[in-house]
Design a protein around this ligand. Structure first.
Ligand code: TYM
Length: 330
């Protein structure tokens, strides 16, 4: 069985972008692959985190995975920090990574722009991400469009290791959905919807109540003109809302266009809000049940134990190939 790996940072409230671009695809893949879905807490601390918030958000992301439909009997769900082999392989791969490669990463450029002091962790973030993937020899990595460049670096690092130390790592393929890989901000369709955007109106949080969802959609920016038409070049805001509608309703963009032919934005937005409420309400209900039951701790323990088994074997092989002495028994 081929292997899938992906992860989400517990660095803020999950958004509709995370759901459509990533989590929904995790659920789809779990029946056909050996799946590992992490909460990447080691990545989250590359920018300052409040310890209590980090704990809360870590558990929240894990519970959301399960609420969204990931079955812990089919997939490993665990904290990245509970599998220490990630960090160790991360260091080994950092030594194979060139500064220039890291400097070119757009996520690094975006996150460090205008900052007086930038943490070294943020800079080497992509080497740790490569380790997350390669430590399981993952075949497929479901992510949104924004992670494509990190995936390319991972493929380069795997190839470099194989060239230097003999063929070992699988070269992973990204799994990026054709539609929904880049859900944009509700207040500005030139920016991606992001959990780190300080304006709450810019995104739908996966835990927003129905009333908040309705309010945010009614206030979402629209383009000039009136017609509901999919044309990202001239109508980026409405096209983004139409993509969200399509992803959550299963209707094609043409079907949506036909449905709202001759109508104005108001009715379209009202119905979009109801589509979103209908998508998120059942997940939220399960989410609160899972949080209350405390079952997530057992799920995380089991997922990490299984992941550690594979990860420790791969790390031992990698270290042997690189020329490390094995640990001697006294
Ligand atoms: P993160 O936490 O920023 O985002 C998690 C996932 O959600 C996707 N995503 C989006 N998709 C569509 N539209 C959006 N607006 C949107 N916003 C976020 C992201 O593409 C991602 O798939 N570096 C990763 C976490 C990571 C990882 C890994 C992923 C660490 N190690 C190994 C895959 C494999 C990140 O910051 O994701």
């Amino acid at each position: 069985m081929k292997t899938v790996l992906s992860g989400i940072q517990p660095s803020g409230k999950l958004t509709l972008g995370n759901y459509i671009g990533a989590i929904r695809n995790f659920v789809k893949l779990q029946n056909d692959y050996k799946c590992n879905f992490m909460v990447v807490d080691l990545h989250a601390i590359t920018v300052p985190q409040d310890p209590a918030m980090l704990r809360e958000q870590s558990e929240s992301v894990a519970a959301f995975y399960i609420a969204a439909g990931i079955d812990p009997n089919l997939a490993n769900v665990y904290m990245q920090s509970h599998v220490p082999q990630h960090a160790e392989l991360g260091w080994l791969l950092t030594t194979l990574t060139a500064m220039g490669e890291l400097e070119r990463m757009t996520q690094f450029k975006d996150k460090s722009e205008g900052k007086e002091s930038v943490g070294a962790g943020l800079f080497v973030y992509p080497s740790l991400m490569a380790a997350d993937i390669l430590i399981y020899n993952a075949d497929l990595v479901p992510v949104g469009e924004d992670q494509k460049q990190h995936l390319e670096l991972t493929r380069d690092l795997a190839g470099r290791f194989n060239h230097r130390y003999g063929n070992y790592f699988t070269i992973p393929d990204p799994y990026i959905p054709k539609v929904g890989a880049r859900i944009m901000s509700l207040d500005d369709a030139s920016k991606k919807m992001s959990k780190s955007n300080p304006n709450p109106g810019s995104s739908i949080s996966l835990l927003d109540t129905p009333d908040v969802i309705r309010k945010k959609i009614s206030r979402a920016t629209t383009d000039s003109g009136k017609e509901v038409r999919y044309d990202p070049a001239t109508k980026p805001e409405v096209s983004n809302l139409m993509s969200i509608y399509s992803e959550c309703s299963g209707l094609s963009l043409t079907e949506i266009q036909d449905q709202y032919d001759g109508q104005m934005y108001g009715g379209f937005k009202k119905e979009l809000a109801e589509v979103l409420v209908g998508t998120l309400e059942p997940i939220q209900q399960r989410y609160y049940e899972i949080r209350e039951s405390g079952e997530i701790h057992d799920i995380l323990a089991k997922g990490a134990a299984d992941a550690r088994e594979t990860a420790s074997k791969v790390l031992a092989d990698v270290k042997e190939r690189m020329g490390f002495l094995p640990a001697f028994k006294s």
